[in-house]
Design a protein around this ligand. Structure first.
Ligand code: NAI
Length: 573
């Protein structure tokens, strides 16, 4: 394993690198911010311009350079290069311009970065675990650049955002996601590890691209695939035990089986499933409160009964049971509609996960139907008093005016979340939802939308962005490790994710001001992450008394890394 060039000594850090080597190390480089004493001690005189600058002054110059770039891809490349040159400056710049830069380092622009990965590749970051090297995975893991790893984000590149199979280019996603763990959760950048499992690719464009950097082979499948994933997990358990392993952008058919197989074996979760569910539940809880009601009184309709809907419904069901409903009562509150219409127990083709949400056929048999045999979305809205409507179907404009007006005729504040991505697949445009409900709808979306003007009011539209949840979960786990004498919490549970959802809802600006957004603004997200992490850690530690809670909160704040330059002294010996 590579030795760590950094060792802490009181407040200053002992560093063994010197000269150009020090400047070339992005984790340690301060560029023009090395002070006179450091320039003397580390042989930097002459290698740097004579002026010593502050981090703030460096940020001004870096932002100027950012603004000079004239496309989103150029801005993405610029920020990635800065990350590979001077990490502290990269994170400070991001922190100062979080709302502007988050979409550049992560979605949606990271999608371009993944597509162009082999063409914009500059320097190595993270690990490539390629199928032909499967017999030596532990050795590959030992080659990781830092001695300690807190969080791994791994993808196999098969279902990258909405752009499908990108092969090895999918590594852009773990890199971007881990940047957010550091920026928001405060996980030290040197303790994060992005990994791509290079299983080949079925993307013809990549396979035919002479510059493609991955294994030029069609994807391995079936038993071969699962054995490869298993070899990887065994190696993680052996080489990096107690590391948080987050699965990201795996194809739907693999995501759930992998999560179910490993969730009780190590500290692991799948953000596409659990993070999405937590943020949607958080937004729903805050909307319900803004509507002046409680979760247990809702009738919730899901349009779409795929992986995402089932994930959200599972957390919602747990939350309803938490509010006193029986398991059966909770299931009866959830109405799911897919291609075949309403899920009911007369439909033999439903999967085991979908059957949980099948309504008794007997109770809907007498409903009026607008057409044919299947009970469509309009029929459900017509026959029940739906208070919440969630779209996770990929069906553009599925929430039509008659559906929305019918719903709004029976409830004062209809809660409507068209969550399908990307923007062109959204089930509705927020402006229409606001107009058709005379400004009464409480709306959150899957993609970002501009505020809507209605009746002299500006109505902000919140985006259900997983960034509210996963960095805080990481922070909670790291703080818990501090208290647990090294190992800390051993599993990521659904109860922890639901606690995160509830804490997110508590941070809703709309609770204090009904014209404010349902979810907090991104500019305060580091502070909100502390509150969410606190709720997650409390779920794991179940601290009772006030003093223990205070100490837990203090540990979380202390664990949150902040981008600033520490002082350096030469390592002796
Ligand atoms: P999926 O393919 O597993 O499920 C889609 C569901 O929609 C299926 O049940 C299907 O039967 C149903 N559907 C499709 N066409 C239909 C039609 N014409 N009428 C009725 N039902 C229809 O997809 P998954 O993974 O559940 O994702 C769904 C959407 O949710 C995607 O757009 C995805 O990008 C989005 N999503 C958004 C997230 C967010 O945070 N905003 C997070 C995760 C997913």
């Amino acid at each position: 394993m590579a030795t760590n060039p950094v060792a802490r000594k009181n407040s200053a850090i002992a560093v063994r690198l010197r000269g150009v080597e020090l400047l070339n190390n992005p984790a340690l480089n301060k560029g023009t911010a090395f002070d006179e004493a450091e320039r003397e001690a580390f042989g930097l005189h002459g290698l740097l311009p004579p002026i010593v600058e502050s981090l703030d002054a460096q940020c001004v110059r870096a932002y100027e350079a950012f603004l000079l770039k004239d496309s989103d891809l150029e801005r993405h490349i610029y920020l990635r290069q800065l990350q590979d040159t001077n990490e502290v400056l990269f994170y400070r710049l991001l922190l100062e311009h979080v709302e502007e830069m988050l979409p550049i380092v992560y979605t949606p622009v990271v999608a371009l970065g993944c597509e162009q990965f082999s063409h914009i590749y500059r320097r190595p970051r993270g690990l490539f675990i390629s199928y032909p090297l499967r017999e030596v995975i532990p050795q590959l893991l030992r080659n990781h650049p830092n001695s300690q790893v807190d969080v791994i984000v791994v993808t196999d590149g098969e279902r990258i955002l909405g752009i499908g199979d990108q092969g090895v280019g999918g590594l852009g996603i773990p890199i971007g996601k881990l940047s957010l763990y550091s920026l928001i959760g405060g996980i030290h950048p040197a303790r994060t590890l992005p990994i791509v499992l290079d299983c080949g690719t079925n993307n013809e464009e990549r396979l035919n691209d002479p510059e493609y950097l991955g294994w030029r082979h069609e994807r391995i499948t079936g038993a071969e695939y699962y054995e490869f994933v298993d070899m990887f997990v065994r190696a993680v358990k052996e080489v990096l035990p107690n590391t948080l392993l987050q699965w990201e952008d795996f194809a739907g058919i693999h995501a759930r089986p992998i999560l179910d197989r490993y969730r009780d074996q190590l500290l692991t979760f799948n953000d596409d499933i659990q993070g999405t569910a937590a943020v949607a539940l958080g937004a729903m809880i805050s909307a319900v409160r803004v509507a002046g009601t409680v979760l247990r009184e809702q009738e919730i309709v899901f349009f779409g009964a795929g992986a995402a809907s089932i994930g959200v419904a599972d957390y919602l069901r747990a939350a309803l049971v938490g509010e006193g409903l029986s398991e059966v009562e909770a299931r009866r509150r959830i109405w799911m509609v897919n291609r075949g219409g309403l899920l009911h127990d007369g439909r033999a083709e439903l999967t085991a996960e979908q059957r949980v949400y099948a309504q008794p056929l007997a109770s809907v048999a007498g409903w009026t139907r607008s057409s044919g045999d299947a009970i469509g979305l309009y029929d459900v809205i017509k026959n029940i008093r739906a208070t919440v409507l969630i779209g996770l179907s990929t069906v553009t404009d599925a929430f039509t005016e008659p559906i929305v007006r019918e719903m709004a005729s029976k409830v004062q504040r209809p809660i409507i979340f068209p969550l399908s991505n990307p923007t062109e697949k959204s089930e509705a445009h927020p402006e229409d939802l606001i107009r058709w409900t005379d400004g009464r709808a409480l709306v959150a979306t899957g993609s970002p939308y501009a505020p809507v003007q209605f009746g002299g009011r500006t109505i902000p539209i919140s985006q259900c962005n997983n960034v509210y949840i996963f960095p805080a979960v990481g922070l909670a786990l790291m703080a818990s490790r501090r208290s647990g004498g090294g190992a800390g919490t051993q599993r990521v549970t659904d109860l922890m994710m639901i606690a995160a959802a509830r804490a997110l809802a508590e941070q809703s600006p709309a609770l204090k001001d009904i014209s404010a957004p349902l979810l907090p603004p991104l500019k305060n997200i580091r502070a909100d992450a502390v509150e969410i992490a606190f709720a997650v850690a409390q779920e794991t530690e179940r601290t009772g008394d006030a003093a223990a809670k205070e100490s837990l909160r203090a540990r979380i704040v202390e664990s949150q890394w902040t981008p600033e330059y520490p002082g350096y002294i030469p390592e002796i010996g």
